[in-house]
Design a protein around this ligand. Structure first.
Ligand code: PGA
Length: 253
């Protein structure tokens, strides 16, 4: 899976233009599940543009309640009613700037799975935690809390994104080996909390300064099942190039 996180970029008209360009650039591409996550105001327009094309559309966030007096929020039933199929949960920017916690991520995960959305749950350590040797502890805690009371029968669509916070938007990337090690920790915790078979099949994405020039070395790691891409997804050319590199299409032999 290659997911594009457009964050708070692009007006609806720009989002439509970018989605249209992507369709042209990715024509015939079938290897990956590609998910475009625009700002919520552009979900409908991007859905219209991509309808019937095999490119999926995801939200960047949602509320855990199905409806209610939550000014400014969007619910899972609202997303599914327009055809959104995926949702990013617990992105580090949500945790840092909007008080998102492991507990709210857990509540949102319950709701997303109940409504048939494919959740992309983000976890990752900050630089200080990595430098203190706490990465494993942080990842285990975030995964364990996100999965609290989630039943293995329901969790099948789950996707986890490992996004070391120090690598997001900084140009610094985890080495493929660092990412693979973190993915192994996450997979182990999912096996403990849910089910070994589910963990073996779980898709774990890497996110944090993924670009066309580093996509193939990251995605060549057996433990890395895809990428969550911010900055490099904003230009259709660079995102399409990254998708092709990551799939081994057009790589030098
Ligand atoms: P980046 O963002 O690719 O710009 O580092 C990744 C993310 O925040 O999901």
């Amino acid at each position: 899976m290659i997911a594009a996180n457009w964050k708070m970029y692009k007006t609806p008209a720009e989002a439509r233009a970018c989605a249209t360009a992507l369709l042209r650039l990715l024509a015939g591409h079938e290897r990956d599940e590609i998910v475009i996550c625009p700002p919520s105001i552009s979900l409908s327009i991007v859905l219209d543009t991509l309808s019937g094309t095999g490119l999926a559309v995801g939200a960047q966030n949602m509320h855990f309640a199905e409806e209610g007096a939550y000014t400014g929020e969007i619910s899972a039933p609202m997303l599914t009613s327009i055809g959104v199929t995926h949702v990013i949960l617990g992105h580090s920017e949500r945790r840092l700037y909007f008080n998102e916690t492991d507990e709210t991520v857990n509540q949102k995960l319950h709701t997303a799975l109940k409504h048939g959305l494919t959740p992309i749950v983000c976890v990752g350590e900050v630089l200080e935690q990595r430098e203190k040797g706490l990465t494993e502890e942080v990842l285990i805690r975030q995964v364990a809390r996100a999965l609290r009371d989630i039943s293995p029968d329901r969790a099948q669509p789950l996707v986890i994104a490992y996004e070391p916070v120090w690598a997001i938007g900084t140009g610094k990337t985890a080495t493929p080996e660092m990412a693979a090690q973190a993915h192994g920790i996450i997979r182990g915790e999912v096996a403990r909390r849910l089910d070994r078979r589910l963990a073996d099949h779980l898709r774990i994405l890497y996110g944090g300064s993924v670009r066309p020039d580093n996509a193939s070395s990251l995605l060549n790691q057996a433990e890395i099942d895809g990428a969550l891409v911010g900055g490099a997804s904003l230009k259709p050319e660079s995102f399409a190039e990254l998708v092709k590199h990551g799939s081994g299409i057009g790589d030098p032999a």
